[in-house]
Design a protein around this ligand. Structure first.
Ligand code: SF4
Length: 156
């Protein structure tokens, strides 16, 4: 079961989208100087299952995307839960984004998301807005293939 600490409406996490951002706890990564240590706590916050529909109802007319910041502990049941939320959001006409903090490639269960951010936070390389970052943001194109759009975060 996934738990979240907070949610907000933001234009920053996904380029050219206004996202309902939901911060999910239970992160098992241990990035040095983590930007949000509370997300490492297990079962911290409120059950997302109890409130997800209400959060979407509150904001979906103002938003174009739902961005899940975190994937819980990464268990198959956590992934299944995220997939069900993504499908719910799609049915409401919203795109979806997963912020995964692991150093991994795009995994098959992630294919439901329109955007996928991958990679741990490494202070020496910087986050998405740094040209030296190890993190990547991918967007699914019309051919259902993911394109790297990380450079959208970089100011020329
Ligand atoms: S992935 Fe994000 S929340 Fe998790 S430890 Fe790294 S910086 Fe913190």
């Amino acid at each position: 079961m996934l738990y979240y600490t907070e949610f907000c409406l933001s234009p920053c996490e996904v380029p050219e989208e206004k996202s309902i951002c939901i911060y999910i706890s239970g992160c098992t990564n241990r990035c040095k100087n983590c930007h949000y240590p509370a997300l490492q706590l297990h079962n911290y916050g409120e059950s997302l299952g109890n409130f997800f529909a209400d959060i979407i109802e509150l904001y979906y007319k103002q938003a174009s995307c739902v961005c899940f910041l975190g994937e819980g502990r990464g268990f198959p049941e956590d992934q299944a839960e995220l997939i069900s939320y993504a499908e719910y959001a799609h049915a409401k006409g919203l795109k979806t984004c997963l912020y995964c903090g692991r150093d991994t490639g795009i995994e098959s269960w992630m294919y439901v998301f329109d955007y996928i951010k991958l990679g741990s936070y490494r202070e020496e390389l910087g986050s998405l807005d740094s040209k030296t970052t190890n993190q990547r943001l991918y967007r699914k194109n019309d051919e259902n293939k993911y394109e790297d759009i990380t450079n959208r975060f970089w100011i020329e």
